[in-house]
Design a binder for this molecule. Sequence first.
Ligand SMILES: Cc1cc2nc3c(=O)[nH]c(=O)nc-3n(C[C@H](O)[C@H](O)[C@H](O)COP(=O)(O)OP(=O)(O)OC[C@H]3O[C@@H](n4cnc5c(N)ncnc54)[C@H](O)[C@@H]3O)c2cc1C
Length: 278
Amino acid sequence: MKKLTLKDSEYEIKKGKILRVRKMTAIETFFEIALPGGESLDHEPGQFVEVSLFGVGEAPISVTSSPTKRGSFELAVRNVGKVTGALHKLKEGDEVGIRGPFGKGFPVRIFEGNDLLCVAGGLGIVPLRSLINYVIDNRRDFGKVEILLGCKTPKDMLFNEEVDEWNKRLDVKLNCTVDKADPDWKGNVGLITSLIPGINLKPERTFAVVVGPPIMYKFVIKELLKKEIPERHILVSLERHMKCGLGKCGHCQINNFYCCQDGPVFSYDKIKNIPEAL
Ligand SMILES: Cc1cc2nc3c(=O)[nH]c(=O)nc-3n(C[C@H](O)[C@H](O)[C@H](O)COP(=O)(O)OP(=O)(O)OC[C@H]3O[C@@H](n4cnc5c(N)ncnc54)[C@H](O)[C@@H]3O)c2cc1C
């Protein structure tokens, strides 16, 4: 039986005020939210919050802004059901409930001094954007940075303007791919795995962070292992049906792990032998 060490604050729902809403695609919307009195969320890149709407429910959503952004934080939400659908109807000035931040994020201290490869498929860019902007804001603490982004079509690409800014930087290498191009697309066409043979990083000093749809993981990891990146240097963020966020309800259990508390970020060596993890 797992020992519970819950702090009262983990149950506390804070009122978050929506400062900015922006439609990103047909199904994804961006929200900037402030806590009362401009209180800082104090999250780590890769952590999530439980967002609630009174009378509707609660959903885990990754924080997409970097902890270096103070005074407010940002979410990007795909409309898939009850809570996310209701969130999409909100306007600037409306309020949402916020619990958290929860979970284990990306181990940024361990990344320091090393090279970083970020691999994001589809909505995976949402948690990775927090890490990428944190690294950019503390650029001297990290070695080389390579970013691989993939999505189905160019119109599904999120954070386009920011991705262009990352691409202009001399200290970041970025490559984008789509499964199906349109006539204006100038990047690569093909699965995200097709970009991995082209990376130029020293495996022993590289940490690879992979976030995307479940199907992506085993193929991307196979390519990373071919590049001799050590198993413990491959970090994945897993998504599971989740309710409490506190390791209490058991909805997100993966064998001996709770995705909400032991994850959502796991190193590959820890989960590779758990059949239902990847
Ligand atoms: C750690 C974590 C971080 C997340 N970050 C984000 C994020 O940044 N942005 C974002 O848009 N979404 C994110 N999600 C997914 C989001 O939590 C779910 O889409 C949301 O809970 C759905 O709630 P709903 O009430 O809108 O949908 P429901 O009405 O509950 O369900 C709609 C449909 O989606 C399915 N579904 C619901 N939740 C999940 C799930 N977790 N996995 C697979 N299928 C599911 C249901 O079975 C149903 O078919 C994250 C999930 C986790 C666990």
